[in-house]
Design a protein around this ligand. Structure first.
Ligand SMILES: *[C@@H]1O[C@H](CO)[C@@H](O)[C@H](O)[C@H]1NC(C)=O
Ligand SMILES: *[C@@H]1O[C@H](CO)[C@@H](O)[C@H](O)[C@H]1NC(C)=O
Ligand SMILES: *[C@@H]1O[C@H](CO)[C@@H](O)[C@H](O)[C@H]1NC(C)=O
Length: 231
C-alpha cells in the first residue's frame, strides 16, 4: 500500500513537473501546446525552427452572414501585434492571462465597438488599449487578410521587417468554445516572405461569431490571442 501510494505520488509529481518545467533563466516560456492536445487528436504539431517573437494581438475576427444557411462565414481579420517576448520572459506566470487582459483593455475602449475600415484608425484604438497596460508593449506590426483572403503578418516595426503570407496547416478547438480556434500557419512560399516562416495562434480569447444570423451584413468580433512566430 505504501509503495502504491508512493508510486502514485511519483507519477503525479512527474506529470506536474512535465507541465510546469521552468524555462532556463532569460528564455521565454515553453509554448503551451499541451493545453489543446486531447485523447482523440494530437493537437498542433511541434514547432520547427527557432522562436523569433511572441506577439499579443488585439483586433477583430470578421464574418459575413450567409443568408442561405443563416450562419456566419469567416471573412478574415484585422489585428495589431505587440511584442510580448520580453514581457513573457520576465512574467511567465501571465502566459495564460495576458490575452484576456488585452481583450479587456481593448473592449473597454468605445472605439473597439465600431471598428473602422481604415487600418490607421483601428491602430489608434489598439494603441490606446496597449497604453493602458501596466507595461505597454512595443508595437510589432499588423495582421490582416489580402483581398484574395491570404492571412498576412507584416511585422514592420521589427528589425529587418519580418513578413509572411501564410497558409493554414493546423486548426484545433480552443480549450473553451467561447474562444476562436488555435491554429498553425506556415509561409505560402511567396518570395516576399522573410525572417518568419511559421506561426501559432494560441491562448485565444473571444472572436467567435454568434451561431446564427439573418439577412446580410458583416460583423466584427473583438478578440485577442498570442502569436508565436518561428523562423
Ligand atoms: C452560403 O452557403 C451555401 C450552402 O452551404 C453555399 O453554397 C454558398 O456558396 C454560400 N454563400 C456564400 C456567399 O458564401
Ligand atoms: C476586418 O474588420 C476590420 C474592422 O475591424 C476592417 O477594417 C477590415 O477591413 C476587415 N477585413 C476583412 C478582410 O474583412
Ligand atoms: C502567397 O500569397 C500571396 C498573397 O495572396 C500571393 O500573391 C502569392 O501568389 C501566394 N503564393 C506564392 C507561392 O507566392
Amino acid at each position: 500500500m505504501a509503495a502504491f501510494c508512493l508510486s502514485l505520488l511519483t507519477a503525479s509529481s512527474l506529470l506536474s513537473i512535465a507541465h510546469s518545467r521552468p524555462a532556463p533563466p532569460n528564455s521565454p516560456p515553453a509554448i503551451p501546446l499541451y493545453e489543446v492536445a486531447t485523447t482523440t487528436t494530437s493537437g498542433l504539431p511541434s514547432p520547427t525552427g527557432s522562436l523569433k517573437f511572441i506577439a499579443v494581438q488585439i483586433g477583430t475576427q470578421n464574418y459575413t452572414c450567409n443568408s442561405t444557411t443563416g450562419t456566419y462565414t469567416a471573412k478574415g481579420a484585422l489585428a495589431q501585434a505587440f511584442d510580448a517576448t520580453a514581457y513573457l520572459t520576465k512574467n511567465p506566470n501571465t502566459l495564460d492571462s495576458l490575452s484576456k487582459t488585452y481583450l479587456d483593455l481593448y473592449t473597454d475602449e468605445p472605439c473597439s465597438k465600431a471598428p473602422s475600415d481604415d487600418v490607421q484608425a483601428d491602430d489608434r484604438c489598439e494603441d490606446r488599449a496597449n497604453s493602458k497596460f501596466t507595461h505597454p508593449l512595443p508595437v510589432l506590426g499588423e495582421h490582416y487578410f489580402t483581398s484574395t483572403g491570404t492571412p498576412t503578418f507584416d511585422l514592420y516595426a521589427a528589425p529587418g521587417h519580418p513578413f509572411m503570407y501564410a497558409a493554414k496547416k493546423g486548426d484545433v478547438h480552443a480549450p473553451s468554445a467561447d474562444d476562436v480556434d488555435w491554429l498553425y500557419l506556415v509561409g505560402n512560399g511567396s518570395t516576399s516572405n522573410r525572417i518568419i516562416s511559421s506561426v501559432y495562434r494560441i491562448e485565444t480569447v473571444g472572436g467567435v461569431a454568434p451561431s446564427s444570423c439573418s439577412g446580410t451584413g458583416s460583423i466584427y468580433v473583438p478578440y485577442a490571442g498570442q502569436y508565436w512566430f518561428y523562423g
